[in-house]
Design a binder for this molecule. Structure first.
Ligand code: SAM
Length: 192
């Protein structure tokens, strides 16, 4: 199975929930929804008037998990947009009024676009706010020797993940912390 369509693990869901409560997040974004596991964890952790702008190229998978979100009574917090996330982010930036407005942005979509997402999310998250990038340990492959046997999809995205990890570590606009939760989550706190 393509790792791009697997769900966040239970420990990541618990971590997200705890984190969002700790930072009193209200206005959030999720890039890469799939069937909505991390979306549900986020929606449950936000206050009743909290918001999640959620994007995915596939609405069908989102709708598969939607009854669970509805049953949990948190669907009203979600604004789901079907389609590639980059044009939506560009639109928000162009609009102007969304600059520095998000408390938390969770990125869990196409790994080859993480740097493109970062160029945009850094403008949209508030100073002091957090961006979480999922899968930055990439099945442990980021620390594997060059000749390690890797599954095809892991090998395919490895260079993108390595490039992203290097770039984010050198970005003076954020302080980062890479956590060994699930498949690795890198938290970036915008500092300027
Ligand atoms: C790993 S899954 C997301 C899992 C979800 N966060 C969870 O925890 O259950 C990645 C998702 O990213 C979506 N995706 C891939 N490329 C995308 C793009 N360019 N824009 C928006 N979503 C995309 C896929 O359709 C897939 O549903």
């Amino acid at each position: 199975m393509d790792r791009n369509i697997m769900t966040t693990s239970a420990d990541e869901g618990q971590f997200l929930s705890m984190l969002l409560k700790l930072i009193n997040a209200k206005n959030t974004m999720e890039i890469g929804v799939y069937t909505g596991y991390s979306l549900l964890a986020t929606a449950l952790a936000l206050p009743d008037d909290g918001k999640i702008l959620a994007m995915d190229i596939n609405r069908e998978n989102y709708e598969l998990g939607l009854p669970v979100i509805e049953k949990a009574g948190v669907a009203h917090k979600i604004d789901f947009r079907e389609g590639p996330a980059l044009p939506v982010l560009d639109q928000l930036i162009q609009d102007g009024k969304y600059h520095g407005t998000f408390d938390f942005i969770f990125v869990d979509a196409d790994k080859d676009n993480y740097l493109n997402y970062h160029k945009r999310t850094i403008e949209l998250v508030k100073v002091g706010g957090l961006i979480g990038y999922d899968n930055t340990l990439w099945n442990g492959s980021v620390a594997a020797p060059p000749d390690a046997p890797l599954r095809k999809y892991v090998r395919f995205y490895l260079d993108y993940v390595l490039e992203f990890n290097k770039a984010i570590a050198a970005d003076p606009r954020v302080e980062i912390c890479q956590l060994p939760v699930g498949d690795g989550i890198t938290l970036c706190r915008r500092i300027s």
